[in-house]
Design a protein around this ligand. Structure first.
Ligand code: AKG
Length: 367
């Protein structure tokens, strides 16, 4: 593998067989599951295997689809959208939005950009590999592969949007990377702010109340890349987890039917991609601020043997130095505060330092 050339500086000055085996381990992490898929492996390696087939799910009702056209005006459409957000957030923690005004051609070009990035030779991509969750831009695989005994069938790019990355930290290949990803982040930031206002009103608060409680913003984006897997019944793309942020707006790959599943009433329910729609889900900080009125919901991703699936998750939440606690307006004698105040930056650090584990993070701040 040609890209092994940069590994000695990643590994420090050790020598001999131990160093060679560490180099091989790091090289395999950098190559990721794309490397395994490109090598044409026929069986899933042991560290990716799970005990049961994660594709088992029940196809019950679809999550609600909410139309955001005309919500800016004081109109019956706005009242309907806010009511629908309230019931979807309470009953599902997940919904899809249409009529959101986000340019469809930008959705398509961002999706293609992620495919193009992962089509680059590994020599061009390896420079971005990092396991440091505080990096502003990085490529990774699984979650924290050097610490995992069980890996997930997924590679990813992670990018800070607000506060943003320096342009110099972003890839120069594909040549359109900076232009398209920046335009996507800007349009997504505008949409996230609109959705935040609607969440506020759906909780019976002033439209700026949650924005004020966020005390600033942290907006990042994770571009998930799930290449075809020879034995999809034996592994998983992303283990069950709830998002630690305020809320997530996810673009699914409309070319791949199966991927995202959510835990609803004790059963895994697939979320079928809807062309032009985004999936929105409640994260832990919105659960805390709403004093448990809304709940973050566990979700996971299954893989397939035929086609690469890409998804683009935009995570919107409070500023890292904000302290988050249930909103005073939502704490009453009948509904006492369910959560302790926590520093969002610290909450994120502990989330990223541990393995993906359902709703473990929010339990640490519950009274
Ligand atoms: O790939 C997906 O559909 C979901 C991704 C996800 O849950 C995440 O990035 O946290």
């Amino acid at each position: 593998m040609i890209f092994l050339g940069r590994l000695p500086c990643l590994l420090g000055d050790h020598c001999g067989a131990a160093r060679d085996s560490r180099m091989a381990a790091v090289a395999s992490r950098i190559a990721g599951v794309k490397g395994l898929a490109d090598a044409g492996i026929a069986m899933v390696p042991g560290e990716y295997r799970r005990d049961s087939d994660p594709r088992q799910c029940v196809e019950i009702e679809e999550i609600p689809v909410i139309d955001l056209s005309d919500v800016e005006k004081c109109s019956p459409a706005r009242i309907l959208a806010i009511d629908s957000i309230r019931s979807a957030s309470r009953d599902w923690g997940f919904f899809q939005i249409v009529g959101h005004g986000f340019p469809e051609e930008l959705m398509a070009s961002m999706m293609e950009l992620v495919h193009d990035f992962f089509r680059l030779p590994i020599e061009d991509r390896s420079v971005y590999y990092s396991e440091d969750s505080s990096s502003k831009f990085r490529m990774g695989t699984s979650f924290i592969p050097s610490k995992e005994t069980r890996r997930m069938w997924q590679d990813f790019l992670h990018q800070a949007c607000y506060p943003p990355c320096e342009i110099a930290q972003l890839p120069t290949k594909p040549p359109s990377y900076v232009k398209i990803s920046t335009a996507y982040a800007e349009a997504m930031n505008r949409l996230s702010k609109r959705v935040l206002g609607l969440f506020s009103e759906s909780l019976g608060l002033e439209s700026g109340a949650l924005e004020e409680a966020f005390g600033g913003e942290r907006h990042t984006m994770r571009m998930n890349y799930y290449p075809p897997c020879p034995e999809p019944e034996l592994t998983i793309g992303l283990d069950a987890h709830a998002d630690p942020n305020g809320f997530t707006i996810l673009q699914q790959d409309t070319r791949v039917k199966d991927g995202l599943q959510i835990l609803h009433c004790g059963a895994w329910v697939p979320i079928k991609p809807l062309p032009g729609a985004f999936v929105v889900n409640i994260g832990d900080q919105l659960q805390i601020l709403s004093n448990d009125v809304y709940k973050s919901v566990e979700h996971r991703v299954v893989v397939n043997s035929e086609r690469t699936r890409v998804s683009i998750a935009s995570f919107y939440g409070p500023a890292e130095d904000s302290h988050i606690a249930p909103m005073a307006q939502l704490v009453t004698d009948d509904a006492p505060a369910c959560f302790k105040e926590s520093a969002y930056g610290k909450y994120l650090q502990s989330f990223y330092a541990s393995k993906l584990d359902g709703k473990a993070a929010i339990k640490t701040v519950r009274y």
